[in-house]
Design a protein around this ligand. Structure first.
Ligand code: PGA
Length: 270
C-alpha cells in the first residue's frame, strides 16, 4: 500500500487526495454505571483538546448513552453504542434498534465485536444487515474483524479477514462502504496485554484495506481502518503511525480518563 504523508491538517491523506480523519474510540464493554460514566467524562474533557484533525469517541453501555450524549455535547467527543439489532422494531426482547440510538443523538455503533460474535452468537449474515441498517439510520458503524491465535498459527489470518470483510460489506454499495470504519482486532491481543507487533498490525490493516479495494478502489481510500487489542498510552504512538492505520479501538485502556487521554494525545503526535 502507498505510504500516506500527514496532510496540512494532520489527516491521513491518500495518494489519490482523499482524506481520512483518524479515530480513537474507547470501548467500555460492560463497564460503568451512569454515575461512573459521568465521573469519567468530567475527568476526560479537561485532558483532551477538541481539534479537527482527530475524532474521539466513547462506546458506552446502552444505559449510559443519554447521559454521555448530554455530557459530551459540544466537546467534540462522539458517543457510540456497542451493538444494535438490524430490524427497525419488532418482537426482539432485549434488543435496541438504530432509530432508538439516533433519537438519543448517538453518533455511531460498534458491530461484530469478537465478544459479541463469541458469546452472543452474532453472525456474519446478521452483521451485514446491521451495517446497512446503521448507515441508513445515519449512524457510523465500526465493523470489527480479527483472527484467533489458532487461526494465526495455522496461517489462516488472511482467509478469516477476507471472509469477515466480504461478508460484513456485501450488502453495501461503494458510497456506503466508504462510510464504514473497520477495526482489525486480533482476538489474541484483546484484553491480554499482548499487543500485535507494528509489522503484524500494518500487514493486517493494509490487507483489510486491500480487501475493500477489491470491491471498490474509491472506498478503499476513504474507509478508516483501526487497530484494536491492548492499545495503551505507551504503544499507541507506534501503532497509530503505521501507514494504513487510521486509529484505534481501545478496551481496557479507555476505562480511566487519564490513560485514555494519553492515547488520544499519542494519536495526535503520531
Ligand atoms: P483491549 O480491548 O484494548 O482491552 O485489548 C480492545 C477491544 O476489545 O476493543
Amino acid at each position: 500500500m502507498t505510504r500516506r504523508p500527514a496532510g496540512a491538517e494532520g489527516r491521513h491523506v491518500s495518494a489519490r487526495g482523499g482524506t481520512r480523519t483518524p479515530l480513537i474510540a474507547g470501548n467500555w464493554k460492560m463497564n460503568k454505571t451512569v454515575a461512573q460514566a459521568e465521573e469519567f467524562i468530567a475527568g476526560l474533557l479537561p485532558r483532551i483538546s477538541a481539534r479537527a484533525e482527530l475524532d474521539v469517541a466513547i462506546c458506552v453501555p446502552f444505559t449510559a448513552l443519554q447521559a454521555m450524549v448530554d455530557s459530551a455535547r459540544g466537546s467534540g467527543v462522539e458517543v457510540y453504542a456497542q451493538t444494535m439489532h438490524e430490524e427497525l422494531e419488532g418482537a426482539f426482547t432485549g434488543e435496541v434498534s438504530a432509530p432508538m440510538l439516533t433519537e438519543l443523538d448517538v453518533h455511531g455503533v460498534v458491530l461484530g465485536h469478537s465478544e459479541r460474535r463469541e458469546h452472543f452468537g452474532e453472525t456474519d449474515r446478521a452483521l451485514a444487515a446491521k451495517v446497512g441498517a446503521a448507515l441508513e439510520a445515519g449512524l457510523h458503524p465500526i465493523l470489527c474483524v480479527g483472527e484467533t491465535e489458532e487461526e494465526r498459527e495455522r496461517g489462516e489470518t488472511d482467509r478469516k479477514l477476507r471472509h469477515q470483510v466480504q461478508e460484513g460489506l456485501h450488502l453495501l454499495d461503494a458510497d456506503q462502504i466508504a462510510r464504514v470504519t473497520i477495526a482489525y482486532e486480533p482476538i489474541w491481543a484483546i484484553g491480554t496485554g499482548q499487543v500485535a507487533t507494528a509489522q503484524q498490525a500494518q500487514e493486517a490493516v493494509a490487507f483489510v484495506r486491500a480487501l475493500v479495494g477489491d470491491k471498490t478502489p474509491e472506498a478503499a481510500e476513504a474507509v478508516r481502518v483501526l487497530y484494536g487489542g491492548s492499545v495503551k498510552p505507551d504503544n499507541a504512538a507506534e501503532l497509530l503511525a503505521l501507514p494504513d492505520c487510521d486509529g484505534a479501538l481501545v478496551g481496557g485502556g479507555s476505562l480511566d480518563p487519564e490513560g485514555f487521554a494519553g492515547i488520544v494525545e499519542a494519536a495526535r503526535g503520531a
